[in-house]
Design a protein around this ligand. Structure first.
Ligand code: SF4
Length: 380
């Protein structure tokens, strides 16, 4: 199938170039603790061998930044760093990576009195000094609060879109064009909508596509495929990541699935996937990253899916997140949300936190709350 790609500009990231008419690059991310250099290098090599064009590593602390320097010495893969909330680490990590991802909604966590524009200026300066590309990574669970306040509570996408466009404008005012943008949501329909709107507004800016927290296979694969088919089929998208909740030794699945989806789109083999993706019971799960404090997280997500199947015909969203930092925010839109600490799992219903339970007890508690939710809806 001949796909007319959007005329985006080209952006080099290590040995890979995205945008323009370059092949769509496939990415993945390590989920090992970054400080565990041996395990992280092993995973980078595993992902590289599976065909990753770019591999992202999260850095949270000075110790992670130091580990990244050693990881860089031990691999030639194209590396991107995820700054999470700590944009001030950029200078320490930039010498060791090819791209820096920052989240506009996370620039508020440190130095609150400093305008975000000054923080972006600093990031641009670092990127120029160390020959890095940037990604403006906008995420539904952590949108710039000033943008959220500006729009109606039920309008999730315009704040994301405006945030991305403002950052593009500033980067260009600063003379920096070596960047791409991502706009991710856990709902494939929203991913399609917001990326189509962005591509219409900024057809020149390369887009990194993905469905965040797509979750466990096979549903996570279907959700991602639904979004990518509709976007890439329209010429939108220059690089992709398939985010799947899988154990560390199966992370290469993200690459295999990504390449298969691209090959299928190219060959015109589209799935009739929309009805499957629209299942009433929706389990969202993060793909895990270096912030996971208990590796039982992935197994917990799998067990949540299994024990909630009795409610499969109810339109309920359950979100399972791997860490205490992003878990509370990323579960905000779910009916029931769980996020994992080292020894306990927190549970909330809507925005109300119910408490925390051990990994053994949490499933029983989840079932109680799920039954309550179903009963409440039936008596309404
Ligand atoms: S929710 Fe936490 S563990 Fe999961 S991907 Fe996001 S930062 Fe990583």
């Amino acid at each position: 199938m001949e796909i007319q790609r959007n005329p985006t500009r080209s952006v080099s990231i290590g040995t890979v170039t995205i945008g323009a008419q370059h092949p769509i690059a496939v990415q993945s991310m390590t989920a090992t603790r970054t400080r565990d250099v041996d395990a992280t290098v092993r995973q980078v090599e595993q992902l590289s061998a599976a065909g990753a064009d770019i591999i992202r590593i999260a850095v949270d602390s000075r110790a992670d930044a130091e580990a990244l320097a050693e990881i860089r010495r031990r691999t030639s893969a194209n590396l991107a760093v995820d700054l999470q909330e700590n944009y001030r680490l950029a200078e320490s990590v930039a010498p060791h990576v090819d791209k820096i991802r920052y989240n506009p909604g996370h620039l508020y966590h440190h130095e609150r009195e400093k305008p975000w524009q000054d923080k972006v200026r600093y990031l641009v300066d670092v990127a120029c000094r160390f020959d890095c590309a940037l990604r403006v990574g906008v995420n539904c669970g952590s949108v710039d609060p000033a943008k959220r306040e500006k729009f109606a509570a039920d309008d999730a996408l315009t704040p994301m879109l405006e945030s991305a466009c403002d950052h593009c404008d500033l980067l260009e005012e600063l003379g920096f064009t070596r960047y791409c943008v991502s706009l991710k949501d856990s709902d494939p329909a929203k991913v399609v909508d917001v990326n189509r709107r962005f591509a219409a507004a900024r057809p020149d800016v390369p887009l990194h596509l993905g469905v965040t927290e797509a979750g466990l296979p096979p549903d996570g694969i279907v959700k991602t495929r639904v979004a990518l088919e509709q976007l890439i089929g329209r010429g939108i998208g220059d690089t992709i990541r398939v985010s799947l909740t899988v154990p560390n030794d199966q992370k290469q699945l993200e690459l295999e699935v990504g390449r298969q989806i691209l090959a299928d789109i190219q060959a015109g083999r589209m799935l009739n996937a929309v009805p499957q993706a629209a299942r009433p019971l929706n389990i969202i799960a993060c793909p895990s990253c270096s912030r996971v404090e208990n590796e039982a997280f992935v197994e917990l997500a799998q067990r949540v899916k299994t024990i909630t199947q009795y409610a499969k015909d109810h339109a309920i969203t359950i979100a399972v997140m791997g860490c205490r930092v992003n878990g509370p925010g990323e579960t905000d839109d779910a009916d029931l949300g769980l996020w994992c600490g080292p020894h306990t799992v927190n549970l909330k219903r809507g925005s109300h936190t119910l408490g925390s339970w051990s990994y053994e007890e949490i499933l029983g508690q989840l079932r109680i709350e799920l039954d309550r939710l179903i009963a409440d809806r039936q008596t309404r």
